[in-house]
Design a protein. Structure first.
Lengths: 401, 312
């Protein structure tokens, strides 16, 4: 049920990166520390203008590297600031050490990640190798399919990260160039609605509290480290409950309700594609096309990859006969990409058989068109009919061999 | 302001006894001097340390030696971390969310974290003018991990990664001049200090704490384990470093050089070298040229420093 909006939303044509900057303007964080990197630069440039024009109160630390950006965000959140940053690909890689510090110190940092491939060979275009590479670093990870989700995710991210049962940093991924540099329709909420939704950040403690000095980031030996990591594991799993809660609450102010996963024509589907991010648009078209041809095709878009919504994925797909997982990342030497492997594991652990194949696709910014998804559906139909998968189980989509 | 010893004696220690620093380690001596100097100004202090000796010996969870707020992030980034804490503090004051109590922000970092892996971060903080006092506890090698050479290690010194072998006699390069780099970076205040000269070190700390903008104090930190000397000679070694001009005590305030303590009689570097087993191989006849080179460099630097101080 979509409830009546308090105010009519403003409709803007925004580039994905600018949608992030617009959300940041409305969130008005205490501190932003960021370093420019293609294709994230639009975010930091736009935000620099907002600061220069006095349209935000934010302290903008123009750091000399992404490592310093994350280091600064950790310092700022330890002092009780609401801190945000943005990066992509190699920048995220440079932060890697401190990603773990941010989650370990339970810093609710919000970071936009404009998904970009890794060198070498040098490639600045989109795939999800960057975020997938850091999937086990204790960060919550959500992905956007389109411009609207880029904006909506950034706002919800603040609440997810700062939720007392979570208190963890969060990455919001969106495809570089494909979403980041293209214009899309974005319904922008009124400033006061966003400010009310995100509220004021009330940290449990702050290093600035000189009356109650805290030692933050102590040296942790074998005798406690394991327990602290266990607490982090509990915290990130709490996000499985918190993310849909926040998504519901956000729906009440926007009319757009968010969950961990989003099914498309799955109710009676026999074959399904499991996908993350911007590729879902073309896949959705392929679903419609196949449906017209009488194939019971469906799609499950995974919005949240960390924590992994295993129950929701299995629940949504278990009635289907064959599933293709789409992995837009590199995972050299593994038996499939992370989405495939973890979904296989989810079915196996619940004692449910599922015929599954994996497709690596769209690396380094290669487009994947509906016709290619249609081919996958045809392949899945064959698997569904025969009950057999012709090897290899892990495939590369539309690659010159 | 003058340092009044009898007042300082009655101040609360901001770093608790029972920490796990080695016998003879001057790190906590220096930390106490710095924190006492700021406390004597009536200013609260917030601290940070990169990974290193001081970090591990003061914060073994669930214990802590810190009676002031303290944060450890990683090895290279204590400067950016604490600088962001300062930025947040300034923001909250500006927003009226916090009272301005003129809090001082101090990093205590080893030379590895400062001269090598963290240099970019420090340089960034200085360029941005974020107001922290960075104190380098300079024991001239990576002592926490077992005496590996750093850019602060002097020429000829034995370390575990500049070992003395048949072909190579210890470290083959002179140390980096970090105070010089800070001057070039346009830092408002920087100094070299030593723990035996406690009044000098505390005065420099107070100057750093009074100045607008970032500051950097490099403190020689004789390490019995890494330098190979008896644990009761720490302060003696600190004094010798200054008396031989291996480690001159000076400061640079807005580009103006001042020598804060001149040795009454400049001793030969051999006095300093022979007191430490990390240099014992230099006294073999075939290595005499290294001692000569050290002496030449010390003389040249001292001359240069005196000229710079005269000019100002």
């Amino acid at each position: 049920m979509v409830e009546a909006m308090v105010k009519k939303p403003l409709i803007k044509a925004l580039e994905g990166d600018k949608a992030v900057a617009e959300a940041m303007r409305q969130i008005n964080p205490d501190v932003v520390a960021a370093y420019p990197i293609t294709p994230q630069t639009e975010i930091v440039m736009e935000f620099a203008e907002l600061v220069a024009e006095g349209l935000v109160d934010t302290e903008y630390i123009r750091v000399e590297s992404e490592h310093a950006a994350m280091s600064s965000c950790i310092g700022a959140t330890s002092a009780g600031a609401r801190a945000m940053t943005a990066t992509c690909g190699p920048g995220l890689a440079l932060m890697w050490e401190t990603l773990w510090v941010a989650s370990g110190l339970r810093c609710p940092i919000v970071m936009a990640v404009v998904n970009r491939s890794f060198s070498a060979p040098l490639n600045i275009l989109t795939d999800q190798t960057d975020m997938m590479g850091s999937r086990d670093s204790g960060w919550v990870q959500i992905y956007a399919e389109n411009h609207q989700e880029v904006y909506d995710n950034a706002i919800q991210a603040v609440r997810i990260a700062e939720h007392p049962d979570v208190m963890l940093p969060i990455m919001c991924g969106h495809a570089g160039f494909v979403l980041g540099h293209t214009l899309g329709r974005v319904e922008v909420l009124p400033d006061e609605v966003v400010r009310k939704f995100v509220g004021e950040y009330k940290p449990l403690y702050s290093i600035l509290d000189i009356e109650h000095p805290k030692t933050i980031g102590a040296y942790d030996h074998w005798d406690y480290f394991f327990e602290h990591r266990r607490q982090l594991f509990e915290a990130i799993n709490n996000a499985l409950r918190v993310i849909p809660e926040i998504g519901q609450e956000y729906g009440k102010i926007s009319g757009r309700y968010y969950r961990l996963v989003e099914p498309y024509r799955l109710d009676d589907a026999e074959v399904a594609i499991l996908i993350i991010g911007s590729g879902a648009g073309a896949c959705r078209e392929a679903v419609d096309e196949m449906r017209q041809k009488g194939v019971k095709a469906g799609m499950l878009k995974v919005r949240c990859f960390r924590p992994f919504p295993a129950d929701e994925i299995v629940k949504a797909l278990k009635h289907t006969k064959a599933v293709a997982a789409m992995d837009r990342c590199e995972c050299f030497g593994a038996e499939g990409g992370p989405l495939f492997i973890e979904t296989c594991s989810a079915f196996f652990n619940r004692g449910l058989p599922m015929k599954m194949v994996d497709y690596f696709y769209g690396l380094g910014g290669r487009d994947t068109v509906p016709a290619e998804f249609c081919d996958i559906f045809r392949e899945l139909s064959k698997i569904a009919e025969t009950g057999e998968i012709k090897p290899p189980i892990v495939r590369y989509l539309a690659v010159r061999e | 302001m003058a340092i009044k010893l009898n007042e300082i004696c009655n101040q609360e220690e901001k770093i608790a006894p029972g920490h796990r620093a080695c016998h003879g380690c001057p790190e906590t001596i220096i930390v106490r001097q710095v924190l006492h100097a700021i406390t004597a100004m009536g200013k609260p202090v917030i601290t940070a340390s990169p990974t290193g000796c001081l970090e591990v010996c003061t914060s073994p969870y669930p214990q802590t030696a810190w009676r002031v707020p303290w944060i450890h992030n990683a090895f290279e980034n204590a400067s950016s971390t604490l600088a962001a804490v300062w930025t947040t503090y300034r923001h909250f004051v500006k927003q009226g969310k916090m009272e301005d109590r003129d809090i001082k922000f101090v990093v205590f970092g080893g030379d590895g974290a400062t001269y090598d892996i963290g240099l970019q971060f420090i340089s960034g903080v200085v360029e941005r003018g974020q107001q922290i006092i960075y104190v380098c506890l300079n024991n001239e090698a990576y002592m926490n991990t077992g005496v590996q050479r750093s850019a602060a290690t002097p020429l000829g010194a034995w370390t575990t990664t500049s070992p003395v072998g048949k072909v190579i006699p210890g470290k083959t390069e002179h140390r980096k001049d970090l105070v010089g780099m800070m001057v070039a970076n346009g830092i408002p205040y920087t100094a070299q200090a030593a723990p035996h000269a406690w009044r000098d070190l505390m005065t420099k700390t107070q100057k750093a704490a009074s100045i607008e903008g970032p500051s950097y104090i490099d403190v020689i930190t004789p390490c019995p384990r890494g330098w190979r000397f008896p644990i009761d000679e720490t302060i003696y070694l600190s004094r010798l470093a200054v008396e031989t001009c291996m480690w001159p005590l000076y400061e640079v305030e807005y580009g103006k050089y001042k020598i804060t303590s001149r040795p009454t009689q400049k001793k030969p570097v051999t006095e300093y070298l022979k007191a430490q087993r990390r240099f014992e191989h230099l006294f073999l006849p075939e290595n005499k040229h290294i001692i000569d080179e050290l002496q030449r460099k010390v003389d040249e630097d001292w001359e240069r420093l005196q000229k710079l101080a005269e000019m100002d």
